[in-house]
Design a protein around this ligand. Sequence first.
Ligand SMILES: Nc1nc2c(ncn2[C@@H]2O[C@H](COP(=O)(O)OP(=O)(O)OP(=O)(O)O)[C@@H](O)[C@H]2O)c(=O)[nH]1
Ligand SMILES: [Mg+2]
Length: 196
Amino acid sequence: MGKSSIIVRYIYNTFSNEYVPTLEDQYNKCERVDDGLYNLNILDTSGTEDFFSLMHVWMLNKDALILAFSVEDKEHFKALEKFNQNIKHYDPNNEIPKVIIANKTDLKKRAVTFEEGKAFADSMNAGYFEASAKLNKNITEVFVHLVKIIRDKRKIEQEKERKEDPRNREAGQGRKKEEEQTQSFSAWFFNKCNLI
Ligand SMILES: Nc1nc2c(ncn2[C@@H]2O[C@H](COP(=O)(O)OP(=O)(O)OP(=O)(O)O)[C@@H](O)[C@H]2O)c(=O)[nH]1
Ligand SMILES: [Mg+2]
């Protein structure tokens, strides 16, 4: 499907035609988005069904989920639709931000159309990116997109917590200004961004 190739392209900006099956790998990258620095922990998982029993561990404390399929392979796509049923079990209210990557769009022969991929992503309320790890097409965009979603989600949650805390009401606007200034200079740390 190209999960590892997508991550390796994103982290090291390289690509290999060689296929090395993944058991489980962790990657880190610091990404600048707008005025903020974000540390991304990315968990690369196995696409082999034998390892799907580990899914409950993969899903623990994740801020985002990326699902990838190869556009040349209809079976991969169908398997991903089935896989989504398992995800629902761990995220029943669809609260974790998700992205679907249609990978290998550099290949001439396609078995899954843009419309099919997009309809699947829409049905999950997920973002949709047509990408190629080989050509470095739409790779960084996926991660930046997710950082923005997580950042905005956290801002809303923090603001809600701040408003609900009576100690913060007294501090008022002055405090808010101070917070904004601090944030633009400090790094934000996200939990793992899971690529399945
Ligand atoms: N043409 C083309 N080939 C790709 C692309 N991305 C990955 N591949 C190839 O597809 C094969 C599988 O890629 P991997 O990244 O190892 O796939 P994976 O999803 O990590 O596989 P597992 O770890 O077994 O789950 C490799 O031979 C890659 O070189 C792409 O964008 N275009
Ligand atoms: Mg892999």
